[in-house]
Design a protein around this ligand. Structure first.
Ligand SMILES: Nc1ncnc2c1ncn2[C@@H]1O[C@H](COP(=O)(O)OP(=O)(O)OP(=O)(O)O)[C@@H](O)[C@H]1O
Ligand SMILES: [Mg+2]
Length: 261
């Protein structure tokens, strides 16, 4: 079914081979502005590989990625970030030896004139800008609900809060699109509910999300559109309702749960 809206990201016939393994096989889909799109599929389906291609960590074997009207295929991750796309990782990537707010400031510096290193030298002319970056970082921490932990060392935070920290760092760059790789993994029910609220609030503020997730309750509850991968191949896409009724999807993925007695 054709959905309305302005396309922000286009994945076009993306294939990625690792030696003999075709991790992503001719996958195409669009992400609309303001949408929450989930990419689901069994372990090894190619979800993280797809994220790595979209964010420039890996070059595809073939195919094109377009973001906001620009062909970003083969661009470097920092170039893609500058165009307004940030991400979080399946395995947390927090700078453990920095404070929480310094972690977020590394994200905020994308839009500043001075680099994080220059700011670190504390030249008077950059102090004012550094202050602005710190204030912005603090606002991002407030949005994810961990502003009270701003001056703690990042490594002392429990897992759930480190995940929120990663999201604060991602939004500090003022992206148009954020990719989250299994954001709910390792969170308890209360933490998951809070993260859902954070994502929905950020979407209200205009952000677009693509997320990989195994937690089907969350996927079905917050996604506008779902893309299903199996063994590198897109086997279905649609609204949560459509996916729920898609026999191929149920057989390949959702069915796994239903067969457990
Ligand atoms: N750097 C690599 N070199 C070789 N093979 C790889 C590499 N990265 C991924 N693969 C293979 O590509 C396939 C897809 O892996 P990928 O990590 O993208 O799956 P996934 O859907 O993210 O799985 P999971 O749900 O377990 O995170 C797997 O067969 C994996 O072993
Ligand atoms: Mg993965």
């Amino acid at each position: 079914m054709k959905r309305n809206g302005q396309v922000l990201l286009t994945v076009e016939h993306i294939t990625k081979q690792f030696g003999g393994v075709v991790a992503v096989n001719d996958v195409s889909f669009d992400v609309n502005k303001g949408e929450i799109l989930a990419v689901i599929g069994p372990n090894g389906a190619g979800k993280t590989t797809l994220f790595n291609i979209v964010t420039g960590i890996l070059a595809p074997s073939s195919g094109t990625v377009r973001f906001n009207g620009t062909d970003i295929t083969g661009k470097k991750p920092y170039q893609i970030a500058q165009l307004g796309m940030t991400r979080t990782f399946q395995n947390l990537e927090v700078f453990t030896n920095m404070s929480v707010i310094e972690n977020v400031m590394t994200g905020a510096h994308r839009n500043m004139k001075t680099s994080f290193l220059q700011a670190g030298l504390r030249v008077p002319s950059v102090k004012k800008e550094e202050k602005a970056v710190e204030e912005k970082a603090m606002r991002c921490l407030e949005k994810v609900g961990i502003a009270h932990l701003a001056y703690e060392r990042a490594e002392t935070l429990p897992y759930g809060n480190q995940r929120l920290l990663e999201i604060a760092r991602a939004i500090a760059a003022e992206p148009a699109l954020i990719l989250l790789d299994e954001p709910m993994a390792g969170l308890n029910d209360e933490e998951s509910r809070w993260l859902v609220e954070v994502i929905l609030q950020l979407r209200k503020e205009g952000l677009t999300f693509v997320f990989v997730e195994h937690d089907m309750e969350t996927v079905m509850a917050i996604s506008d559109h779902i893309v299903v991968l199996d063994n590198g191949v897109k086997i279905g896409e649609g609204t949560p309702e459509e996916i729920y009724r898609n026999k191929a999807v149920v057989a390949a993925y959702l069915g796994e749960e239903e067969t457990v007695c």
